[in-house]
Design a protein around this ligand. Structure first.
Ligand code: ATR
Length: 282
């Protein structure tokens, strides 16, 4: 392990619970491989302690933090400035503490999704046709904002609770619409599972993938298990698949760059480490 001195660059992640977050595994592996004098620490405030913690970090006490459940909306609200993608998603997973005391919010979740598509579905053109997002929670919002900003012509939201799909579409606006029942998969280019269905094993979302064109790509944000039932169904139908672990790893890259001023090293297999941490074999 590289030496950590009083001059170390410090960043971390705020969540509750934060115990099972993979971010410390990823960032600390990159730090070690790059030989940086840096740390990435997990921070778990009480349910109402987020704002006090973040305000206490103003002025560059530490470089920045990632933010995870349940604080992503509060993170955006705590910031003084925000990127378009964070504002549109209504949530932030990255806060940067500037020396002048201000806080900048960003959201790299959607970027992680786009990078994962590039890596696991090479040549795929996300803007070539409609996308369907299954779910209407925070994860779906981040995905919808990123796809809208990436110029996807139509982003259809399909959710068990129609009200939530409608408010998501209303909030983001533009190309984001509520899916119309059976026609949701018509001519679709990309299908994203942003529900929690399939987590821990068991059935994924109840959509008939046979209705999707064979050129469609399917991404599942659930990464435990890595090969979810939904991805298995997609593969059986002959569709290209992208897993949630790649998305998780890729969303961490811009955070690392922002915290430590350099790209993560490529000579460490963080995917294998993350798989081990979630109890899957590489
Ligand atoms: P996150 O912030 O991770 O997106 P969330 O806000 O709790 O979490 O959203 C979970 C999503 O999974 C929602 O779209 C939820 O559908 P509802 O809005 O109808 O609750 C969806 N979801 C969870 N369990 C589900 C189930 N058994 N069937 C269908 N959808 C489900």
């Amino acid at each position: 392990m590289s030496a950590i001195t009083g001059a170390a660059m410090v960043a971390g992640i705020i969540g509750r619970p934060v115990t099972h977050s993979l971010s410390p595994v990823l960032h600390n592996a990159w730090i070690e491989a790059a030989g940086l004098n840096a740390v990435y620490a997990p921070l778990a405030p009480t349910a109402d302690g987020f704002r006090a913690l973040v305000d206490g970090l103003r002025g560059g006490v530490i470089r920045g933090v990632n933010v995870t459940i349940p604080f992503k909306e509060e993170a955006l609200a705590a910031a003084d400035t925000a990127s378009d993608r964070a504002r549109l998603a209504g949530a932030a997973n990255l806060l940067l503490f500037r020396a002048d005391g201000t806080i900048h919010a960003d959201n790299t979740d959607g970027l992680g999704m786009l990078l994962a598509l590039e890596i696991q579905a090479p040549g795929f053109d996300v803007g070539a046709g409609p996308a369907v997002i299954l779910g209407a929670g925070g994860a779906a919002r981040g995905a919808a904002a990123a796809l809208a900003l990436a110029g996807v012509p139509v982003v259809r939201i399909l959710n068990r609770t129609a009200d939530r799909a409608e408010s998501l579409a209303r909030d983001i606006g533009g190309q984001v619409t509520v899916a119309a029942g059976d026609d949701a998969l018509d001519g679709v280019n990309l299908i994203v599972n942003a529900t929690s269905l399939g987590l821990g094993g068991g059935p994924g979302p109840d959509v008939d993938l046979a209705k999707a064109p064979e050129t469609a790509v399917v991404l599942d944000m659930v990464y435990k298990p890595l090969r979810t039932e939904f991805l298995q169904q997609a593969a059986a139908r002959g569709l290209r698949t992208v897993d949630g672990l790649e998305m998780l790893i890729r969303q961490a890259v811009p955070s690392f760059e922002a915290f430590y001023g350099q790209a993560p090293p490529v000579n460490v297999d963080v995917r294998a480490l993350a798989l081990k941490a979630v109890g899957e074999s590489a």
